[in-house]
Design a protein. Structure first.
Ligand code: NDP
Length: 473
């Protein structure tokens, strides 16, 4: 391999500061392509198996806690623990509390899925582009989620309030049956994508084979499974049936609370407001989402297929399930405090993500916090052997830490949970989960970016040493 001089690369848009270092040419590309050919250890396979088995059990457990025990998380476990015969108690509990199949709920779920697929495929759309994939593809995506959200919610509201086709609490009222239907679909999609990846992949060179069936099933093989040019499985399932439903589920649970106690608590209103802000922001900035880790990094397996179909709609909305069973009336000070935490988080989240987007779309020719953006100009090689250019922002929020956007997300998540008061732990599942997810994501991203950018990433880590919170972590 040639040894050559490399230009680094802290650029202020008007002034280029250049240091010269000796390094091997594209040394980060040798042998493996970044994001591919991962060696999977036995430990990773065991953890993967644990996730495959435990995730559905956990979703069912939370359903049982809420449905039968007013969302008291420990209650079902204690009932079994305290029973003279734990096995008999477990069987009795499951027979009594497990959700059952309902043809009506199944029709509801599959009508919803079909509606979202039709809206995704046929609504007018802008075409957005993701990041270049490791095999060198730059894929187009249909960006029309905001319109799909508006139409879906209009149908839901008109059907419930004007035509009387259903009660607004329809989702709450069919929650168990919907859970069964969503699971059936989530599993079908997981296995379908596993088989598709082997038999008729959309982009064969962008597949990742780990050598482990369990790991491949969990994390996926295909990077961008598609039907035709535009029906992208990842964007559709990440962004449509589950996320459009997120706000609708909350509204339905708010309607159920109204039916139950005669009014909607201010905590439920605040929760709906926080979730709606997050969801609408997602759709308003859908084009930005194409260049986040979900789309630019993750392959499509159980993690996303089942996760988007079941985990997200069931667990991200836990707080509204809780508030139906345990109405909380916040004092004006509590309300104002939670509102402030939530919207401070949102402000940070949006501003950080916007800085990255703007610096990339202007190729670094922009102002960040009133000063020319400081960037590290990088290059990387895709598996087709071509070299591409990119840049890493290292001023503004991105100079504070490498993932300051996660701080914003954690604050919003905390505020969502705080709407439920402090009586029970279950509604705090979301912030606990988000903390684990994002801390783990920092590690994953670190591995990926190091593989992709090599020495440039190390340079960046020296300029921006903190991962999340400046001077702390
Ligand atoms: P980022 O949007 O931070 O994306 C990370 C990627 O950005 C890296 O892989 C790299 O990709 C690029 N990058 C890294 N550093 C820089 C830099 N200094 N300048 C420019 N580009 C850089 O992370 P996520 O995709 O995880 O998150 C996006 C948002 O979504 C976050 O706000 C997060 O909190 C939120 N989120 C929400 C979840 C939820 O379930 N509610 C789950 C996960 C995330 P490359 O160089 O290849 O482009």
């Amino acid at each position: 391999m040639a040894v050559q001089q490399r230009k680094t690369v802290v650029t202020e848009t008007t002034k280029t500061e250049t240091t010269t270092t000796s390094t091997k040419n594209v040394d980060h590309q040798v042998g493996k392509t970044w994001g591919r050919d991962r060696d999977v250890s036995f430990g990773t396979i065991l953890i993967s198996l644990g996730i495959l088995v435990m995730s559905p059990i956990w979703v069912c457990y939370t359903y049982i806690s809420c449905n039968g025990y007013e969302c008291a998380m420990s209650a079902p476990a204690l009932e079994i623990y305290n029973a003279p015969d734990a096995l008999v108690a477990l069987k009795t509990l499951l027979a009594r509390e497990l959700p059952t199949f309902s043809p009506y709920a199944a029709r509801l779920f599959f009508t919803w899925l079909t509606l979202q697929a039709v809206l995704y495929a046929f609504l007018p759309a802008q075409i957005g582009y993701g990041q270049r994939t490791p095999a060198g593809h730059l894929l187009p995506y249909k960006v029309n989620g905001l319109l799909a959200w508006v139409i879906s919610h209009s149908i839901y509201a008109a059907g419930g309030l004007y035509f009387g086709w259903w009660k607004l609490s329809i989702i709450h009222d069919n929650w168990g049956g919907l859970l069964i239907a969503a699971n059936a679909y989530g599993y079908f999609l997981t296995f379908f994508c596993y088989i598709k990846a082997h038999l008729f992949p959309s982009h064969a060179a962008d597949r990742k084979f780990s050598g482990s069936f369990i790991y491949d099933l969990l994390m996926g093989i295909e990077f961008n499974p598609r039907f035709g040019k535009y029906f992208d499985f990842k964007l559709f399932h990440n962004g449509r049936p589950g996320i459009v439903a997120w706000t609708m589920i909350n509204l339905s649970f708010a309607a159920a609370q109204y039916e139950k106690i005669g009014y909607v608590t201010n905590s439920m209103i605040l929760l709906n407001l926080l979730h709606a802000t997050y969801v609408l922001d997602f759709f308003y900035n859908e084009d930005w989402y194409l260049r986040t880790i979900d789309i630019a990094h993750d392959h499509f397996g159980f993690y996303l297929a089942w996760g988007d179909s079941v985990w997200l709609p069931w667990l991200y909305t836990l707080q509204s399930h809780y508030l139906v069973r345990n109405p909380v009336d916040l004092t004006p000070i509590q309300f104002a405090f939670i509102f402030a935490v939530g919207f401070t988080g949102y402000f940070i989240f949006r501003s950080v993500n916007h800085q990255k987007d703007i610096v990339r779309s202007t190729n670094g020719e922009c102002m960040i916090w009133g000063k020319p953006a400081k960037v590290i100009r990088t290059s990387f090689v895709t598996s087709d052997g071509k070299t591409h250019k990119s840049l890493l922002l290292c001023s503004g929020y991105w100079g504070l830490s490498r993932h300051f956007n996660y701080v914003g997300d954690l604050l919003i998540s905390l505020a969502m949970c705080m709407t439920c008061g402090t009586k029970h732990l279950l509604p705090y599942f979301y912030i606990i989960y988000m903390t684990i997810l994002l801390l783990h994501r920092i590690q994953r991203d670190q591995t990926r970016c190091k593989g992709k950018y090599g020495k440039f990433w190390e340079e960046y880590m020296k300029v921006v040493p903190y991962k999340l919170i400046p001077y702390v972590y």
